[in-house]
Ligand binder design. Sequence first.
Ligand SMILES: N[C@@H](CCC(=O)N[C@@H](CS)C(=O)NCC(=O)O)C(=O)O
Length: 217
Amino acid sequence: MRITITAFERSPDGGKGLARDTRVRWALEEVGQPYDVHLVSMRAMKEPAHLRLNPFGQIPTYEEGELVLFETGAIVFHIAQHHEGLLPDDADARARAITWMFAALSSVEPVILDLFTARILERDKPWHEARLKLVEDRVRNRFEQLSERLGDADWFDGAFSAGDLMMVSVLLRARASGILDEFRNLAAYVARGEQRPAYQRAFAAQYAINAAPPPAG
Ligand SMILES: N[C@@H](CCC(=O)N[C@@H](CS)C(=O)NCC(=O)O)C(=O)O
């Protein structure tokens, strides 16, 4: 069954890998599944046809025959469960890899999203500096814990897994703040993820869309 995902027609970051369709593309590349991409404008994302795929009017979505999924965690998990390459066979190792997926999305991503809000969206607020400091401290605290756990390992639990795919994708979003680079092993971990051929293919495919001239109209 052919897979179709949705992505931004024009990504706010210019196609530099931060939009979440990158995670889904990366997972599909890792497991060697071909896919089609349906591009949606910011307006189309809020219209009924897209809201039927994602009630929040967001990308990415995933269609495979009758199956429609949204939320990158659920999509990557589905891909990893149905194809070899992203989850270990051993039941305990598999459960731990899934734990890292959840950790990325529920214990790490929220503080990084808060950091983006504090750095960019709240710049004009009188309390901006005080709040930014608090948020940065929270991010550093999480990164210290992650850095401690990773140590000098390549990946969080043995071989590369969907847990690492999600963690690298989430951490990437903190790079612009400079905080990621304060943690040498985490920065190297993210770079290792980006060097994977599957990531490179996913990145290039997304970048090509955004480098092309905007669609007419
Ligand atoms: N929790 C969702 C978040 C999806 C999300 O925030 N998508 C962004 C693009 S990366 C989006 O569609 N933003 C446009 C909007 O919310 O209007 C997931 O992991 O899939």
